[in-house]
Design a protein around this ligand. Structure first.
Ligand SMILES: NC(=O)c1ccc[n+]([C@@H]2O[C@H](COP(=O)([O-])OP(=O)(O)OC[C@H]3O[C@@H](n4cnc5c(N)ncnc54)[C@H](OP(=O)(O)O)[C@@H]3O)[C@@H](O)[C@H]2O)c1
Length: 443
């Protein structure tokens, strides 16, 4: 592994394909025999530092259409938090089911799960049938794994019945020194970014792009008002940038003055601090308080000069969904990709049907959408939102920060990269965007 790292660090990328692939590598894992370790504990007390291990695992065999990537850096996504606390399900069920689908997929069904759905690195080997990529290519990977053997996925690959999220519903993820991906997950690494910056947007940037911008999501247009929950978080920090970049007006909801400041740095002007406002959308576990929905709606109108959101960018779920449906403009769209606070939503349907609103479900992104989102990063139109970087050995702490909502934007993890700041190929472009790239740093 040292030789691979050295070749990449010295820029001798043409040599990478000639180096031996080690038969084992360091990886962040959860263990199948530990899925009950948090049984009975409330969700906030389930500690990823106890369940995430950093250990040597065997290098998987490379199959047709696949690539083995030397991972320089990765990032924490909320799905790694879910995996590490074994909620709502442990991820070994996904691996077992996947393993039954083919001889090749059997490789994924192991008593450990190498997690992680983002990477920036260098292609080491490609399997039979791969023409678009070769060893030595500097890449990032999106996390859509599809088989496309069924007709349903051929208009929009997210509709493939064998659609999976790499590193969550498949094994051999990105929080590791090596990763196994399908070659149609690969995209060029933006040249002006470091390894850890390039690794951080992937999953959330692609998800927010489909959810907000794509015609498969809310199809945001110029002039739209967009209410964004968690506007400085993983998804929200990209949604805020897409709104600004696309001529819309984001109304950013955050929970602290520091997070409000980050939104201002991105260029947002309309910000709601939900902690300061102390919204209580639920009076008790089973009863919502519509007066509080109205109070949020009034605040939005106060900020926008009387306008309601054309789009509400939803992901907190149960806690906010009733309010989101209420505040959306007549004819507007609530677009949701998650339910962090609970998936059994409750809302007053009268406000939905009488005001002709739409609820749209959105999940990750197809290759085209992921690639368009990555292109915006590569062109310096959208920027990484990396706040902090951990070494791989401390991935448990990194996931713990995200679980406790103690982070800003994205949290990075160094894998083969020995330190931050490496991998930049276009210094001139970097200099042009350096302030925006560093917006989330040290907050
Ligand atoms: N379907 C998909 O493809 C997909 C892709 C990515 C993520 N997700 C899911 O989306 C969710 C968010 O992911 P993320 O990466 O953005 O996480 P994140 O970095 O933790 O950001 C989420 C933000 O939402 C806000 N929030 C959390 N709980 C809230 C609540 N009860 N009420 C209001 N706001 C709340 C918080 O911001 P403030 O405290 O500042 O308000 C938090 O920073 C997770 O459940 C994740 O699994 C789904």
């Amino acid at each position: 592994m040292e030789k691979i790292r050295d070749a990449i660090l010295s820029g001798d990328l043409s040599a990478v394909g000639g180096l031996d692939v080690p038969d084992h590598y360091r990886a962040v894992t959860v263990h199948a025999d530990e899925v009950e370790m948090f049984a009975g504990l409330p969700t906030p007390d389930k500690d990823p530092r106890k369940s995430l291990h950093v250990e040597d695992v065997a290098t998987p065999e490379l199959g047709p259409g696949e690539a083995l990537v030397a991972v320089m850096a990765s990032a924490i996504n909320y799905n790694t938090v879910w995996t590490s606390i074994f909620e709502p399900l442990d991820t070994f069920g996904f691996l077992r089911r996947y393993g039954k689908t083919s001889e090749l997929a059997k490789r994924h069904d192991l008593p450990y799960h190498v997690v992680g759905s983002d990477l920036a690195g260098v292609v080491l080997r490609t399997g039979p049938g791969v023409g678009a990529w070769k060893p030595g290519d500097e890449v990032v990977a999106h996390c859509l794994s599809v088989e496309l053997e069924h007709p349903d996925g051929h208009n929009d690959t997210m509709l493939d019945p064998e659609q999976r999220i790499w590193g969550f519903e498949t094994n051999f993820g990105g929080l590791a020194e090596l990763a196994l991906v399908k070659s149609n997950q690969l995209m060029p690494k933006p040249a002006h970014l470091t390894w850890e910056e390039a690794a951080s947007p992937g999953l959330v940037n692609s998800t927010a792009y489909r959810q907000l911008v794509s015609s498969n999501g809310a199809a945001m247009k110029q002039g739209d008002t967009v209410l964004i929950w968690g506007a400085s978080g993983g998804l929200g920090s990209y949604a805020t940038q897409f709104a600004l970049n696309g001529g819309a007006t984001p109304v950013c909801v955050v929970s602290s003055p520091a997070k409000a400041e980050i939104c201002r740095r991105m260029g947002a002007e309309l910000i709601i601090d939900r902690s300061a406002e102390d919204y209580k959308f639920w009076s008790d576990e089973n009863t919502q308080n519509p007066r509080e929905w109205k109070r949020l709606g009034a605040k939005i109108r106060e900020l926008t000069g009387g306008e309601d959101p054309d789009i509400v960018f939803e992901h907190p779920g149960r806690e906010t969904f009733g309010a989101s449906v209420y505040v959306t403009k007549r004819g507007g769209t609530i677009v949701t990709c998650a339910s962090t606070s609970g998936f059994m939503h409750q809302y007053d349907n009268r406000y939905l049907w009488m005001h002709l609103k739409r609820i749209v479900g959105s999940h990750f992104a197809n290759y085209r959408e992921a690639s368009e989102a990555n292109r915006l990063i590569a062109k310096g139109k959208i920027h990484p939102t990396l706040s902090k970087v951990y070494p791989m050995e401390e991935t448990g702490q990194a996931a713990y920060d995200v679980h406790r909502n103690a982070h800003q934007g994205k949290v990075g993890v160094l894998c083969l990269a020995p330190s931050e700041g490496l991998g930049v190929r276009d210094e001139e472009m970097r200099a042009k965007h350096i302030n925006a790239i560093n917006n989330f740093r040290g907050v």
